[in-house]
Structure formats: structure tokens, C-alpha cells
Design a protein around this ligand. Structure first.
Ligand SMILES: [Zn+2]
Length: 248
């Protein structure tokens, strides 16, 4: 299970009221001794370096350790032994691998609690309509964000207001799109330069009018179209049978 998928699935189950998620529940470390007293004693004799820790465990948490998991505190052990917590952890992990005891380290993890009786997965009464609506909303939001970021022709503010269903808002006049449009309008159009550029472009390769327009920044589209039309009228450009414009 990928963490991101699991997270979203859990969030969805939470929205539908099946589980309750809690952040960081502190779970104490737990230990249970696997071997019986006899085997443990033999292990202690053979592995003197772990003798102190095992003794400390038994002193602090008693014989219950042989019976079931007991909550322990690694830091209490480390104080008792006057060893660093790191050392205590390392020894506990070693004893776990060696099969002397079960050791579950202290954990601070988010938890999911069931708030309803358990359902088998196929019987889980998910609210399909709500799921579908949530997905649709997410898709709409994503599309809107992509449009917003990709648009070079529609005022940013208008795009934002579109999203909030206010389609008739006026252009703001200050966003990058509005400013580019203003600049294009204000700059005296260098008609001759533009025409020369278009002739050069189309001499290199004939293009459909919209392809030629697309070579220029979006705010200049109207100007470029007008220049193309002028060049056709002047007879400097002609339409090829396939609709492309070429230099005569
Ligand atoms: Zn704007």
C-alpha cells in the first residue's frame, strides 16, 4: 500500500464516518520474554554483556514479562542501568532478533479507530453519490487550477471569478495577462517589421494562418492576423491548395 493512497483512503473513510483518525498517539514500548526462566538463565550466563539489561527488566517489570507483553520505558531502563538510551535500544533490538524476547519499540504514530462495527470490505456501505460528488469537485478544482496556470489570454482575476461562478467580472487590468495585453495595445505596432518577420517565417516553410499566429505571443494574435491579411491583400502571400500561406 502506498502511503499517499493509504492516507487518502483513510481520509475518505473518515469523511464517511467509518473511522476516526487521531494524530500521534503515544504508544509505550512493550516487551515479552519468550524463553522460560531456565533458558533465560542459560542465555544470561552465556551472554554476560546482556545480563544487566535482563536483570533490570525483571527488577522493574517482574515475572509478568514471561506471561504477556508489558509496557516498559526505555528511558527508565537507561536511567536504572546508567547507560545511554541508544545502548538500551540496541540491546533490546538484539535480544529481539536473538529470540530471547519480543520487543516493540515506543511509537508515536497516527492511529485509526473504527467508529462502527466492523464491515467486510465488499459490504462497506459507502455513500457512492457522495464519493462521486467529491471526485467531481476535485476534478473541477484541478482543471481550474491548470487553466489558471496555463492561460495567457484570460485575465487571472476573471479566471478566479469564473471558478466562483461569476463569469461576468471585468478584466482586472493589473495581472500579468492584463498587463501584457495593455503593453501590446500601447506599443506602436511595427507593421513593417512584423510583415518582414512573417514573410521570413513563411519563406522558410508555408504555414496555416493559425500556425503562423501561434509563433507569436498570445496578446499579439490580433495584430499578427491583421498583418497576414494585409500581406495577402498586397499579393505578397498566397494560399496554397492545402490552406497554407506561402510567399509568392
Ligand atoms: Zn487581469
Amino acid at each position: 500500500l502506498k502511503a499517499v493512497d493509504a492516507h487518502h483512503a483513510l481520509k475518505m473513510l473518515e469523511q464517511q464516518g467509518f473511522v476516526q483518525l487521531t494524530e500521534a498517539v503515544n504508544q509505550p514500548a512493550r516487551v515479552q520474554l519468550i524463553s522460560n526462566q531456565q533458558d533465560l538463565y542459560q542465555f544470561q550466563v552465556a551472554n554476560a554483556q546482556h545480563d544487566l539489561l535482563i536483570k533490570a527488566l525483571l527488577r522493574l517489570y517482574g515475572g509478568e514479562l514471561f506471561v504477556s507483553f508489558q509496557a516498559i520505558s526505555e528511558s527508565a531502563l537507561s536511567r536504572h542501568l546508567r547507560q545511554s538510551t541508544t545502548d538500551v535500544l540496541r540491546q533490546l533490538r538484539y535480544l529481539h532478533t536473538a529470540g530471547v524476547l519480543h520487543y516493540h519499540p515506543r511509537r508515536e504514530l497516527p492511529q485509526a479507530m473504527f467508529t462502527t462495527p466492523r464491515y467486510d470490505a465488499p459490504q462497506l456501505p459507502l455513500d457512492e453519490r457522495r464519493l462521486k460528488a467529491a471526485r467531481q469537485l476535485t476534478e473541477q478544482q484541478t482543471t481550474a487550477v491548470i487553466e489558471y496556470a496555463a492561460s495567457t489570454t484570460r485575465c487571472r482575476q476573471q479566471l478566479l471569478l469564473d471558478y466562483f461562478a461569476e463569469p461576468d467580472a471585468p478584466a482586472c487590468g493589473v495581472c500579468d495577462v492584463c498587463l501584457a495585453r495593455k503593453k501590446a495595445r500601447q506599443a506602436p505596432v511595427d507593421t513593417a517589421g512584423l510583415q518582414a518577420g512573417l514573410l521570413e517565417l513563411l519563406r522558410a516553410a508555408p504555414l496555416l494562418p493559425r500556425e503562423a499566429v501561434a509563433r507569436y505571443p498570445a496578446p499579439e494574435a490580433a495584430t499578427v492576423t491583421a498583418a497576414l491579411r494585409t500581406l495577402v491583400e498586397l499579393g505578397q502571400l498566397a494560399y496554397a491548395p492545402d490552406g497554407r500561406l506561402r510567399v509568392k
